[in-house]
Design a binder for this molecule. Structure first.
Ligand code: SAH
Length: 242
């Protein structure tokens, strides 16, 4: 039976991909994905057919994957990080209804919250909330509500899509909401280009984060009331007594 495998490739470097994901890419015929992700894996999987579509053509990209699979090919649809975290696995299942003859399988990957946390130190540790600041598919009011509630409940908060050309002040707006419940001294961190060229981390306070400009290749971490800086790293204590 023909198959579409949705593969989370991790943050960027080949070594952070799971062995199962790498094997799937080695064994498939066609690799479909957004141009940036194809460029990340191309050199490691020579001889594959690579098909790309631009950023906003997600439905088209999924249909392309199923059309290729219908021809009898094994198709890997790649996503950065994990395909089930602001990725394509949900849409693949929705589109799959039109292609009952094609099997779907999902292979997990290391999402930016986890790969970024490892670079920053140990910011997550226990309860945390993952919130995307992109209002392309979610109304901004709902994003604000989630920021409010997660801050009030003293979650560590990890922000994806913290900025873009059209949304350059969203991080500042998000910080203003979080500052209603979290102290301006709350330890925060940003990680840019995790596992890619130009990886860069910053540890700062919530007040400083409010003034920072970050790009769309950055993941942002806001600590809880216990989070501290240890030797330049962002660490949330689990609560063990020493
Ligand atoms: N499916 C992806 C997330 C896609 S949403 C995952 O599981 O990681 C896109 C957002 O994820 C970016 O705006 C950024 O906030 C974060 N992100 C993804 N890859 C990243 C990387 N290599 N470095 C830093 N942030 C990354």
């Amino acid at each position: 039976m023909s198959k579409v495998i949705v593969v989370g490739i991790g943050p960027g470097e080949y070594e952070q991909m799971t062995i199962k994901a790498a094997n799937a890419l080695k064994e498939c015929d066609v690799i479909v994905g957004y141009t940036v992700y194809i460029d990340l894996v191309r050199d490691h999987f020579p001889g594959k057919i690579f098909l790309t579509t631009p950023m906003t053509r997600e439905v088209e990209r999924c249909e392309m994957a199923f059309e290729e699979a219908k021809k009898g090919q094994t198709v890997a649809m790649i996503c950065s990080g994990d395909a089930g975290v602001y990725g394509m696995s949900g849409l693949i299942y929705e589109v799959s209804v039109k292609y009952p003859e094609v099997d779907v399988e999902v292979l997990p990957g290391v999402t930016a919250a986890l790969s970024g946390a490892a670079v920053l130190g140990a910011p997550l540790i226990h309860d945390f909330a993952l919130i995307s600041l992109s209002d392309l598919l979610t109304p901004w009011e709902k994003i604000e509500k989630r920021l409010y509630m997660a801050s009030e409940a003293d979650f560590v908060i990890c922000l994806y899509n913290p900025s873009s050309r059209k949304r350059h002040d969203y991080l500042m707006k998000a910080c203003d909401i979080m500052l209603k419940f979290k102290s301006p001294d709350t330890v925060c961190g940003t990680v840019k280009n995790i596992g890619r060229d130009g990886e860069e981390i910053h540890v700062c306070t919530l007040a400083e984060l409010r003034e920072m400009s970050v790009d769309m290749f950055t993941t942002v971490f806001i600590g809880n009331s216990q989070t501290k800086e240890i030797g330049g790293k962002m660490v949330t204590p689990r609560g063990y007594r020493m």
